[in-house]
Design a protein. Structure first.
Length: 204
Protein backbone atom coordinates (compact mmCIF):
# COMPACT_ATOMS: atom_id res chain seq x y z
CA UNK A 1 0.00 0.00 0.00
CA UNK A 2 1.15 3.52 -0.80
CA UNK A 3 1.16 5.24 2.60
CA UNK A 4 1.80 8.80 3.64
CA UNK A 5 5.04 7.72 5.29
CA UNK A 6 6.25 6.25 1.99
CA UNK A 7 5.38 9.48 0.22
CA UNK A 8 7.29 11.62 2.72
CA UNK A 9 10.30 9.35 2.60
CA UNK A 10 10.43 9.24 -1.19
CA UNK A 11 9.85 12.97 -1.64
CA UNK A 12 12.16 13.98 1.22
CA UNK A 13 9.52 16.39 2.42
CA UNK A 14 8.26 16.93 5.97
CA UNK A 15 4.77 17.98 4.96
CA UNK A 16 2.77 15.94 2.46
CA UNK A 17 1.06 19.14 1.34
CA UNK A 18 4.40 20.39 0.00
CA UNK A 19 5.09 17.45 -2.32
CA UNK A 20 5.24 18.53 -5.98
CA UNK A 21 7.02 15.55 -7.56
CA UNK A 22 6.88 11.92 -6.48
CA UNK A 23 8.53 8.76 -7.83
CA UNK A 24 8.02 5.36 -6.22
CA UNK A 25 8.82 2.39 -8.46
CA UNK A 26 9.33 -1.33 -7.91
CA UNK A 27 7.54 -1.15 -4.57
CA UNK A 28 4.75 -3.71 -5.22
CA UNK A 29 2.12 -1.05 -4.57
CA UNK A 30 -1.42 -2.34 -5.01
CA UNK A 31 -3.59 0.09 -3.03
CA UNK A 32 -3.49 3.65 -1.70
CA UNK A 33 -4.22 5.49 1.49
CA UNK A 34 -6.30 8.66 1.20
CA UNK A 35 -4.39 11.05 -1.08
CA UNK A 36 -6.38 14.28 -0.75
CA UNK A 37 -3.51 15.98 1.09
CA UNK A 38 -1.31 15.89 -2.02
CA UNK A 39 -2.64 19.31 -2.95
CA UNK A 40 0.49 20.45 -4.82
CA UNK A 41 1.48 17.19 -6.51
CA UNK A 42 1.95 17.71 -10.25
CA UNK A 43 4.24 14.87 -11.38
CA UNK A 44 3.62 11.28 -10.24
CA UNK A 45 5.60 8.20 -11.32
CA UNK A 46 4.42 4.83 -10.00
CA UNK A 47 5.71 2.63 -12.80
CA UNK A 48 6.49 -1.04 -12.27
CA UNK A 49 4.15 -1.73 -9.35
CA UNK A 50 1.05 -3.93 -9.02
CA UNK A 51 -1.69 -1.30 -9.28
CA UNK A 52 -5.06 -2.39 -10.67
CA UNK A 53 -7.43 0.41 -9.67
CA UNK A 54 -6.33 4.01 -10.24
CA UNK A 55 -9.60 5.61 -9.11
CA UNK A 56 -8.07 6.81 -5.79
CA UNK A 57 -5.62 8.94 -7.78
CA UNK A 58 -8.50 11.11 -8.96
CA UNK A 59 -8.36 12.87 -5.59
CA UNK A 60 -5.02 14.41 -6.64
CA UNK A 61 -6.46 17.48 -8.32
CA UNK A 62 -3.35 19.17 -9.75
CA UNK A 63 -1.67 16.27 -11.57
CA UNK A 64 0.06 17.24 -14.81
CA UNK A 65 2.08 14.08 -15.58
CA UNK A 66 1.24 10.52 -14.58
CA UNK A 67 3.37 7.45 -15.27
CA UNK A 68 1.67 4.14 -14.47
CA UNK A 69 3.63 2.02 -16.91
CA UNK A 70 4.11 -1.67 -16.08
CA UNK A 71 1.24 -2.20 -13.68
CA UNK A 72 -1.91 -4.37 -13.82
CA UNK A 73 -4.44 -1.78 -14.98
CA UNK A 74 -7.27 -3.09 -17.14
CA UNK A 75 -9.73 -0.17 -16.94
CA UNK A 76 -9.48 3.60 -17.07
CA UNK A 77 -11.89 5.46 -14.73
CA UNK A 78 -14.88 7.23 -16.23
CA UNK A 79 -14.06 10.34 -14.23
CA UNK A 80 -11.19 12.54 -15.30
CA UNK A 81 -7.98 14.27 -14.33
CA UNK A 82 -8.84 17.87 -15.16
CA UNK A 83 -5.27 19.17 -15.66
CA UNK A 84 -3.41 16.06 -16.84
CA UNK A 85 -1.09 16.69 -19.80
CA UNK A 86 1.01 13.51 -20.04
CA UNK A 87 -0.17 9.95 -19.35
CA UNK A 88 1.86 6.75 -19.67
CA UNK A 89 -0.13 3.52 -19.35
CA UNK A 90 2.18 1.31 -21.40
CA UNK A 91 2.65 -2.33 -20.43
CA UNK A 92 -0.71 -2.77 -18.70
CA UNK A 93 -3.82 -4.82 -19.50
CA UNK A 94 -6.12 -2.26 -21.11
CA UNK A 95 -8.51 -3.61 -23.72
CA UNK A 96 -10.11 -0.34 -24.87
CA UNK A 97 -9.32 3.33 -25.44
CA UNK A 98 -12.69 4.39 -24.07
CA UNK A 99 -12.57 7.02 -21.34
CA UNK A 100 -9.54 8.96 -22.52
CA UNK A 101 -11.53 11.58 -24.43
CA UNK A 102 -12.32 13.27 -21.11
CA UNK A 103 -8.67 14.29 -20.71
CA UNK A 104 -9.11 17.60 -22.52
CA UNK A 105 -5.60 18.94 -21.80
CA UNK A 106 -3.68 15.78 -22.66
CA UNK A 107 -0.74 16.29 -25.04
CA UNK A 108 0.96 12.87 -24.67
CA UNK A 109 -0.68 9.45 -24.38
CA UNK A 110 1.28 6.19 -24.31
CA UNK A 111 -0.78 2.99 -24.58
CA UNK A 112 2.04 0.81 -25.89
CA UNK A 113 1.89 -2.91 -25.07
CA UNK A 114 -1.67 -3.40 -23.88
CA UNK A 115 -4.47 -5.60 -25.27
CA UNK A 116 -6.37 -2.93 -27.21
CA UNK A 117 -8.26 -4.20 -30.25
CA UNK A 118 -9.99 -1.04 -31.46
CA UNK A 119 -9.18 2.69 -31.52
CA UNK A 120 -12.22 4.57 -30.26
CA UNK A 121 -13.43 7.47 -28.12
CA UNK A 122 -10.40 9.70 -28.66
CA UNK A 123 -12.41 12.57 -30.12
CA UNK A 124 -12.02 14.86 -27.13
CA UNK A 125 -8.23 14.84 -27.20
CA UNK A 126 -7.98 18.04 -29.21
CA UNK A 127 -4.63 19.03 -27.63
CA UNK A 128 -2.92 15.67 -28.19
CA UNK A 129 0.53 15.92 -29.82
CA UNK A 130 1.99 12.43 -29.30
CA UNK A 131 0.19 9.09 -29.34
CA UNK A 132 1.69 5.61 -29.00
CA UNK A 133 -0.53 2.62 -29.82
CA UNK A 134 2.26 0.18 -30.58
CA UNK A 135 2.21 -3.51 -29.67
CA UNK A 136 -1.54 -3.94 -29.31
CA UNK A 137 -4.14 -6.12 -31.06
CA UNK A 138 -5.47 -3.31 -33.23
CA UNK A 139 -6.77 -4.43 -36.63
CA UNK A 140 -7.80 -1.08 -38.13
CA UNK A 141 -6.47 2.47 -37.95
CA UNK A 142 -9.49 4.67 -37.25
CA UNK A 143 -10.89 7.47 -35.07
CA UNK A 144 -7.89 9.71 -35.64
CA UNK A 145 -9.59 12.37 -37.74
CA UNK A 146 -10.30 14.68 -34.78
CA UNK A 147 -6.70 14.67 -33.55
CA UNK A 148 -5.93 17.83 -35.47
CA UNK A 149 -2.80 18.72 -33.47
CA UNK A 150 -1.24 15.26 -33.48
CA UNK A 151 2.43 15.55 -34.42
CA UNK A 152 3.82 12.07 -33.68
CA UNK A 153 2.06 8.73 -34.02
CA UNK A 154 3.58 5.33 -33.17
CA UNK A 155 1.98 2.21 -34.64
CA UNK A 156 4.89 -0.19 -34.27
CA UNK A 157 4.37 -3.96 -34.02
CA UNK A 158 0.73 -4.16 -35.06
CA UNK A 159 0.81 -7.37 -37.11
CA UNK A 160 -2.98 -7.65 -37.28
CA UNK A 161 -3.64 -4.19 -38.72
CA UNK A 162 -5.44 -3.98 -42.05
CA UNK A 163 -3.91 -2.02 -44.96
CA UNK A 164 -3.44 1.65 -44.13
CA UNK A 165 -4.52 4.31 -46.64
CA UNK A 166 -4.10 8.06 -46.90
CA UNK A 167 -7.73 8.45 -45.80
CA UNK A 168 -6.82 7.13 -42.36
CA UNK A 169 -4.75 10.28 -41.82
CA UNK A 170 -6.58 12.72 -44.09
CA UNK A 171 -7.41 15.25 -41.37
CA UNK A 172 -4.30 14.73 -39.24
CA UNK A 173 -2.55 17.52 -41.07
CA UNK A 174 -0.15 18.42 -38.25
CA UNK A 175 1.47 14.96 -38.30
CA UNK A 176 5.27 15.22 -38.55
CA UNK A 177 6.47 11.76 -37.56
CA UNK A 178 4.97 8.31 -38.12
CA UNK A 179 6.56 5.23 -36.54
CA UNK A 180 5.44 2.02 -38.25
CA UNK A 181 8.07 -0.66 -37.60
CA UNK A 182 6.66 -4.16 -38.17
CA UNK A 183 3.15 -2.88 -38.74
CA UNK A 184 2.09 -5.42 -41.35
CA UNK A 185 2.25 -2.79 -44.08
CA UNK A 186 2.94 -4.20 -47.53
CA UNK A 187 1.99 -1.16 -49.58
CA UNK A 188 3.36 2.19 -48.43
CA UNK A 189 2.05 4.23 -51.37
CA UNK A 190 -0.31 6.07 -49.01
CA UNK A 191 2.74 7.92 -47.68
CA UNK A 192 3.05 9.90 -50.91
CA UNK A 193 0.17 12.05 -49.67
CA UNK A 194 2.45 13.35 -46.91
CA UNK A 195 5.67 14.54 -48.57
CA UNK A 196 6.95 16.27 -45.41
CA UNK A 197 6.24 13.38 -43.06
CA UNK A 198 9.18 11.68 -41.35
CA UNK A 199 8.56 7.94 -41.41
CA UNK A 200 10.67 5.36 -39.61
CA UNK A 201 11.99 2.51 -41.83
CA UNK A 202 9.49 -0.13 -42.84
CA UNK A 203 10.86 -3.39 -41.48
CA UNK A 204 8.07 -5.85 -42.31
Amino acid sequence: MLTKNMILQASKQKDIRSVVELTITDAKIVEFEELEDLVKLKDLDLNNNEIKDITPLLSIKELRTLNLSSNLISQFPLLTFAHLQELNLSYNSLTTTKGFSRLKKLTYLNLNSNNIEKIEDLGGLTELRRLDLSSNKITKIESLSTLLRLEELSLNYLPLVKPITAKDFAKVTALEKLNIHHCGIKDATFLTAFPNLLVTPLLN
